[in-house]
Design a protein around this ligand. Structure first.
Ligand code: CTP
Ligand code: MG
Length: 226
């Protein structure tokens, strides 16, 4: 039986948020944003370890008392210059069997629920490849020219928006990210190996906090009984 672990890349600066504090530490419903995803992952009984990958220059993480998460939570100060590099560095630093499942989850998706996690794990635990939470595209899609004029309308049929967690065997993911470092998610590196990750249908509440207005939406969701 293989184990399940989580790895949370949290070494970004949050440039699009435009705040001097990296966005994972901005206050959200009374806690730093990162605490929400860590709480959900640490509370999941199937997950044995939660590694959080921080920038080597991180000065914030140690200021918070995360002792409630116990030994399950392990910080790693080995983040890189891209998300993919942070995930790979974390994977190599963490003591993890190649056959174990790894769930990679953005620190910037604080609205993840136990229901989301259970659905991902139950749909993928017997899968040969692994996969990711995702949402079918709902809006009509426009292709623009360089000055925001519509060139054409694109079909949204069979298009999905990728979310996290993304769940793959640790050994395969490490190999994929070593061979294909220029990717914006883990699944893209797996795809470059010629494999087909499975899309597990999620919902829009598991969105990524990217811009200032996303903070209000996340706070409303977190304060909502779900
Ligand atoms: N991340 C990381 N290491 C990096 C860049 C990003 O660990 N060098 C993490 C972020 O901390 C975040 C997740 O990857 O939890 C998703 O990235 P994103 O939302 O793009 O965060 P940032 O890169 O911090 O934001 P921006 O792109 O606006 O600068
Ligand atoms: Mg980024």
């Amino acid at each position: 039986m293989s184990n399940f672990h989580a790895l949370v890349p949290a070494a970004g600066f949050g440039a699009r948020m435009g705040h001097e504090l990296p966005k994972q530490y901005l206050p959200l419903a009374g806690q730093p944003m990162i605490a929400h995803a860590l709480a959900t992952l640490c509370a999941c009984e199937q997950i044995s370890r939660v590694w959080v990958v921080l920038s080597p220059e991180d000065t914030q993480f140690r200021h918070y008392d995360f002792s409630r998460f116990g030994d399950k939570l392990q910080p790693l100060y080995c983040g890189g210059t891209s998300r993919a590099e942070s995930v790979l560095n974390g994977l190599l630093a963490a003591d993890i069997d190649a056959d174990d499942w790894l769930l990679v989850h953005d620190a910037a998706r604080p609205c993840l629920t136990q229901a989301h996690l259970h659905k991902l794990i139950s749909e993928l635990k017997n899968d040969a490849v692994g996969g990711l939470l995702a949402v079918p595209v709902a809006d009509t899609l426009k292709r623009a020219d360089g000055v925001a004029r519509v060139l054409r309308t694109e079909s949204r049929a069979q298009l999905w928006q990728a979310q996290t967690p993304q769940m793959f065997r640790a050994g395969v993911l490490a190999r994929a990210l070593q061979q294909c470092p220029d990717v914006t998610d883990d699944a893209s590196a797996i795809e470059a190996l010629g494999l087909q990750p499975k899309l597990v249908a999620c919902d829009a509440t598991n969105f990524k906090v990217t811009y200032p207005q996303d903070l209000l939406l996340a706070e409303l969701l977190i304060n909502q009984p779900r």
